[in-house]
Design a protein around this ligand. Structure first.
Ligand code: NAI
Length: 333
């Protein structure tokens, strides 16, 4: 396997592929940054290193590639990898543009023997998997409402302000996970309409990029199901990803309280527990499981359960949310 992109998330994926993923051998890495290539060689022993993506992806020794590059490169690199005959794992979102997602789907359709998977990591989190299994087993009756949030601990340096021009904004960067979860939990109904709003609580520089640091949205699905989403970059206490699925016979929730461990202190000032710090801490197991699932699928194992059509659907909804944020009106999906 080869990996392109060795930044914040890419280094973690590379470490897992090089050291832990059963059945995988990480033999090549690609980054335009010399220090990142040196890191891959010295830390992981990766022998083949590229600064040029085309040279990387054409390498005949590779069966599969993992793309952890900036969002704006995902679609073109995925199509190049498929055309070169490689299985592809690409980080979310596939593209900020629905038509581009559809172009990638068309290329993938011409290569039915290749696995193409987008990193909706939460589908591989043990708690979310259990929740999905419980819903399938009928424990909440018919699910009709998902309330889901992705809330990051505030980073006063505001790295996301620097990323705002390329990340697609709060909804495409963060809520895209909740959009996918809502679809998954509700059985993938078609989204009809969204209404979104948002506010800037702490980072006025986001305004010039048309972005917000706190955003909320309602999604209306065909058949009556609804989702209510919230995303924030400004939580003071930690990372809090929470999802609630409300059904006709029960309510199920994942992640409430953002507990780091099972320790709780009760004293004169109240009841306390430590919170999860960031998404790496919350989803470290899921990041490993998703890559393991990709490797197994490439080796002829079970399909990952995620299709490129899921990525297109998430982009379609996320972009309608962004339009609604700007227009102040409900938007058709
Ligand atoms: P980053 O900016 O830290 O890393 C990007 C990497 O891509 C860098 O190593 C850079 O040198 C490399 N790169 C740039 N141009 C390249 C090219 N042409 N060919 C090969 N490599 C190139 O970004 P980060 O935070 O690691 O995010 C990467 C992607 O992962 C983003 O699309 C983001 O949306 C996604 N992501 C997904 C998460 C999840 O929960 N599934 C969490 C964090 C990020």
């Amino acid at each position: 396997m080869g990996i392109a992109g060795l930044g914040r998330l890419g280094q973690r994926h590379a470490q897992h592929l090089a050291r832990h993923a059963p059945g995988a051998q990480l033999v090549s890495a690609c980054s335009p940054v010399a220090e990142e290539r040196t890191w891959a060689r010295e830390t992981l022993g990766v022998q083949t290193l590229h600064s040029d993506f085309q040279a990387f992806v054409q390498d005949p020794q590779l069966d599969a590639v993992v793309l952890v590059t900036p969002t704006t490169l995902h679609a073109e690199q995925t199509m190049a990898a498929l055309a070169a005959g490689k299985h592809v794992f690409v980080e979310k979102p596939l593209s900020l543009d629905v038509e581009t997602c559809e172009r990638v789907e068309a290329v993938a359709a011409r290569h039915p023997g290749l696995v193409a998977m987008v990193g909706f990591v939460r589908r591989f989190d043990p708690s979310y998997r259990q929740a999905r299994a419980d819903i399938e087993a009928g424990h909440v009756g018919r699910p009709f409402l998902v309330r889901s949030q992705t809330c990051d601990m505030h980073d006063p340096a505001g790295f996301f302000v620097r990323f705002a021009p390329t990340s697609g904004g709060l909804f495409m960067d963060c809520s895209v996970h909740d959009i996918d979860l809502a679809r998954w939990m509700l059985g993938s109904p078609r989204a009809l309409r969204v209404f979104a709003s948002g506010t800037i609580a702490l980072h006025p520089d986001l305004a010039e990029h048309g972005d917000v640091d706190n955003g909320m949205a309602i999604i209306e699905f065909e058949g009556g199901a609804r989702a209510v989403l919230y995303a924030s970059r400004t939580m003071p206490h930690g990372h809090e990803t929470t999802t609630e699925v409300i059904g006709t016979q029960g309510v199920l929730s994942v992640g409430v309280g953002a507990h780091r461990d099972r320790v709780q202190t009760r004293d004169a000032s109240g009841v306390h527990h430590r919170p999860v710090a960031d998404f790496f801490e919350r989803f470290h197991e899921a990041f490993r499981h998703e890559l393991d699932a990709f490797v197994q699928a490439c080796r002829g194992g079970p399909p990952t359960g995620l299709s490129l059509a899921d990525a297109t659907a998430a982009t379609r909804i996320g972009q309608a949310m962004r339009r609604s944020l700007h227009s102040g009106q409900p938007e058709t999906v």
